[in-house]
Design a protein around this ligand. Structure first.
Ligand code: PEP
Ligand code: MG
Length: 588
């Protein structure tokens, strides 16, 4: 049994497909002078072929993967990079060498350059470059680039790391599960897998050493485990677990039309976090009552040029119309940290998580903010629309952003473009300073939305995407509970609504605790989580939630809180949280 981090729920049992990402061996050959131009043409041909392959992948990816399309565009741009191509041609000419070898020389040069810069973002670019160049080399030597689109039977993907272009090619029909050696809770593999409903586990160390293609493997995306060549007993246990989980999920969907309220009548609006317009259409399938967080970054990541005010308006309007009469909370740009975009934020930072991100970037580049604000205002005419500022760390930032909002409104008035004058404005509470200043912040906004992903990262000083410190990323840390209680108390005094839109809001294990920590108006989450959270909500009282939270707040360690919450939730919901997950088979 191999343990990792569960990133997409469910159980998959099937044949392993070991995706080989090993590099090919390149040998230097001398090219006679009269063949040099042919060799350069061969290089250009291989680059063109790579571009075609990218286009092909992009086309096959279809609409589910629109946010990943940009990554392929980035690869294509790398292939068009003049320095890369010209350097290689120069080496072919200078050394009289073959194109494959010249390419590796260029790659080495760039890699050394990147290695001397201590910047995570550029390190990421180095990997992209590596992938792209090796694709071209494989084309040059006629080595067929193994890709997930070649798979024509149901398999479980086992690999060191899945690139976005790998995930983009996955055919839902054939990929039953995924396991990768690297990755953390919020890696793109997990986001992609859960959007498709494929069980996935990441951060599995040296897993590939223990598996061969064709081995039978079990992916337990509930517990975060991978079992290789299970014995009969294990196999039958997991087959049962798989069956029960599927039945359990199906049953959950039956109740999506019911009210999200506690037994003593406390209503909580369950909403969806989305990143693209395609996701908006399926929210009602899971019983979501609006969009609590529209991450607009992907609109920027998904196009080669910056979207204009009109582009943004068209997109926002469509989403607002689709969701009407439910509300849509549109977050202004949160580029930076884990969502870098060189078109906007091209100054390398030593510490991007603490750098120019979120509202800081918008205030540093007000035209971006103005375009966003005007687009949101114009869309507000078509349904309930709200504005949300990300990564706020002071009142001044909100005052300044609100001044831009007033300016945007005035410009629209001047142009006689109608909008909703009293559009609600909110601030994300995801930095320690915002949490401590929630009372002051609440005087400047209509609502707050707690971004627990970042709040946990910053309060605990633990990188949210780094698997080496994943064990320290503890949502049930006593400091987090204290911070949350404090925010709720301030919001209560100010009589302003609170939403929780980080991952914790969609974790059913946390539902009762959050409910007890304070007045939760809205929980916004990955749409698939809505039915399960609703089920929990409907079976508890506010009174018991308060009691549970008050007790948890007295506990001194994450371990004690985890143990307590786990015990209490398993006691109340044995079929939902049982470690052996027999689900609905257990008597209630
Ligand atoms: C958060 O930080 O909790 C959040 C919802 O924002 P993001 O995950 O986009 O940073
Ligand atoms: Mg955040």
């Amino acid at each position: 049994m191999h343990s990792g981090i569960a990133v997409s729920s469910g159980v998959a049992i099937g044949k392993a497909y070991l995706l080989d990402r090993s590099k090919v061996c390149v040998i230097k050959r001398s090219i006679p002078d009269h063949e040099i131009e042919n060799e350069i043409n061969r290089l250009r041909g291989a680059i063109e072929k790579s571009k075609e392959q990218m286009r092909d992948i992009k086309q096959r990816a279809g609409s589910i993967a629109d946010k990943y399309a940009i990554i392929l565009d980035t690869y294509t741009l790398l292939l068009e990079d003049e320095i890369l191509v010209n350097e290689t041609i120069e080496t072919i000419r200078r050394e009289g060498s073959n194109a494959e070898w010249a390419l590796t020389v260029t790659l080495e040069k760039f890699t050394n350059l990147f290695n001397n810069i201590n910047d995570d973002y550029l390190k990421g670019k180095k990997d992209d470059l590596n992938l792209v160049v090796h694709g071209v080399i494989k084309n040059l030597i006629g080595h067929h680039q193994e890709s997930l689109s070649d798979i024509d039977e149901p398999v479980i993907i086992i690999t060191h790391e899945l690139s976005p272009s790998d995930t983009i090619m996955m055919s839902k029909n054939y990929i039953q599960g995924m396991a990768t050696e690297v990755g953390g809770k919020t890696s793109h593999v997990g986001i992609f897998a859960s959007a498709l409903g494929i069980p996935a586990v990441v951060g599995l160390g040296n897993l590939t050493e223990f598996i061969n293609s064709g081995d039978t493997v079990i992916i337990d995306g509930i517990q975060g485990e991978v079992i290789v060549n299970p014995d009969k007993k294990q196999l039958s246990h997991y087959q049962k677990k798989q069956k029960n989980y599927l039945r359990y999920e199906k049953n959950l969907l039956k109740d999506i039309g019911l009210e999200a309220e506690t037994l003593d009548g406390e209503k909580v609006q369950l909403m969806a976090n989305i990143e693209s317009i395609h996701e908006a259409k399926s929210i009602s399938k899971f019983g979501g009552e609006g969009i609590g967080l529209y991450r607009t970054e992907y609109l920027y990541l998904a196009s080669n040029s910056l979207p204009t005010e009109d582009d943004l308006y068209v997109n926002f309007k469509k989403i607002v119309q689709v969701m009407d009469p439910y509300p849509v909370v549109i977050r202004t740009l949160d580029i930076g940290a884990d969502k870098q975009l060189s078109k906007i934020n091209n100054v390398p930072e030593d510490n991007p998580a603490l750098g120019l991100r979120g509202i800081r970037l918008s205030l540093a580049q007000p035209n971006l903010l103005m375009d966003q604000l005007k687009a949101i205002l114009r869309a507000s005419l078509y349904g309930k629309t709200k504005i949300l500022y990300p990564m706020v760390s002071s009142s001044e930032e909100i005052i300044e952003a609100n001044e831009y909002l007033e300016k945007a409104k005035e410009e629209l008035r001047q142009a006689q473009i109608p909008f909703q004058e009293d559009i609600p404005v909110g601030a994300m509470i995801e930095t320690p300073s915002a949490a401590l200043l929630a009372d002051h912040i609440l005087k400047l906004v209509d609502f707050i939305s707690i971004g627990t992903n970042d709040l946990i990262q910053y309060v605990l000083a633990v990188d949210r995407v780094n698997e080496s410190v994943a064990h320290l990323y503890q949502p049930f840390h006593p400091a987090i509970l204290k911070v949350l209680r404090g925010i709720f108390e301030m919001a209560d005094k100010m009589r302003k609504p609170v939403c929780i839109c980080g991952e914790l809001g969609g974790d059913p294990m946390a539902t009762l605790l959050l409910l007890g920590l304070g007045k939760v108006h809205e929980l916004s989450m990955e749409p698939h989580s809505i039915p399960k959270v609703k089920k929990i909500l409907r079976k508890v009282t506010l009174k018991e939630a308060r009691k549970l939270a008050d007790h948890a707040l007295k506990l001194p360690t994450s371990e004690a809180i985890n143990r307590f919450i786990n015990k209490e939730m398993r006691k109340r919901f044995p079929s939902d949280f049982d470690r052996d997950m027999v689900f609905s088979e257990k008597k209630k």
